[in-house]
Ligand binder design. Structure first.
Ligand SMILES: NC(=O)c1ccc[n+]([C@@H]2O[C@H](COP(=O)([O-])OP(=O)(O)OC[C@H]3O[C@@H](n4cnc5c(N)ncnc54)[C@H](OP(=O)(O)O)[C@@H]3O)[C@@H](O)[C@H]2O)c1
Length: 262
């Protein structure tokens, strides 16, 4: 039986580690050739080697989603090896800067927006024309529950940029209705990755007692999801045809989407 993403090529930004790495593996298992892009070339290489060792088609490139030239060069290299991108997973993201919102350096805030919100837009602009020409494409953005009220106090750059990503998702989905290109987002819940380690390491006097305590409890109470959980949901959305939805790992809807793709 044909795999759901057979003959498709997927790009996973931030595929060198964490949720992105797990997503690269899940998409490859669903039949896609997988392109991996991030700044840390060692991590990109490791994911690509892992994919190839499992018999999958894969390529990697270093690239910064916040830098137009670096991104275009990385993507040019990847499409040269694997062909046009059919599935774009905008997963690359950062949770810094943290601290009292009015004390945050606006330049750092802008850099977080450049990575978490403008980066996905840059990736969409580079890959959407090929999807539209093919009459088929999938864009899955990786968001967070912190994008919804009450947000994440003292992590306003993160929650604001991801709230913007949610709006990018639903607006673009509406604009692309009927084209064969779907746009969705996944809220992974708390996941055991380097980003989670970083947030757990932030002192209470910087990030506030409430958020500090929340990250300590996620870990101490065994509440962290495994990266394969969001990866499965992302792969299900890439294989399916729903559009305009923001699905949260652990929700009934997410389970139904994963089950229907199995
Ligand atoms: N872990 C969680 O609890 C959690 C919860 C909700 C949402 N998320 C979201 O899930 C996504 C993945 O996070 P993660 O937890 O897997 O974190 P992670 O382990 O820190 O991985 C982040 C990935 O993004 C890449 N990246 C960061 N900035 C980049 C840039 N400018 N250009 C290209 N790649 C960049 C990183 O590689 P380089 O640094 O080498 O570039 C890395 O591969 C993020 O969007 C995050 O907001 C995570």
């Amino acid at each position: 039986m044909a795999l759901p993403l057979q003959a498709r090529t997927a790009l996973v930004t931030g595929g060198g580690r964490g949720i992105g790495r797990a997503t690269a593996l899940a998409l490859a298992e669903a039949g896609a050739a997988v392109a991996v892009l991030a700044r840390s070339v060692d991590e990109v290489d490791r994911t690509v080697e892992e994919l190839r060792a499992a018999g999958h088609r894969a390529a990697g490139a270093s690239g910064d989603v916040a830098d137009a030239t670096s991104l275009a060069e990385g993507l040019h290299q990847l499409t040269g090896e694997l062909g046009n991108i059919d599935v774009l997973v905008n997963n690359a993201g950062v949770s810094w800067p943290v601290g009292p919102t009015a004390s945050i350096d606006p330049e750092q805030f802008a850099q977080a927006v450049a990575i978490n919100l403008v980066g996905p837009l840059r990736c969409i602009r580079l890959t959407l024309p090929g999807m539209l020409a093919a009459g088929w494409g999938r864009i899955v953005n990786v968001t967070t529950g912190a994008a919804n009220a009450p947000g994440m106090p003292r992590a306003a750059a993160y929650s604001s940029s991801k709230a913007g990503l949610n709006q990018l998702t639903v607006n673009l989905a509406a604009e692309l209705a009927g084209t064969g290109v779907t746009v969705t987002a996944v809220d992974p819940g708390p996941v055991d990755t380097a980003m989670q380690d970083y947030m757990r390491d932030q002192p209470a006097d910087l990030i506030g007692d409430q958020v500090h305590g929340m990250f300590q409890r996620f870990h101490a109470d065994g509440q962290l999801n495994h990266p394969t959980q969001p990866a499965q949901l992302i792969a299900a959305l890439a294989a399916g045809d729903v559009t305009g939805e923001i699905a949260a790992v652990g929700s009934d809807r997410a389970s139904a989407l994963v089950d229907s793709a199995a």
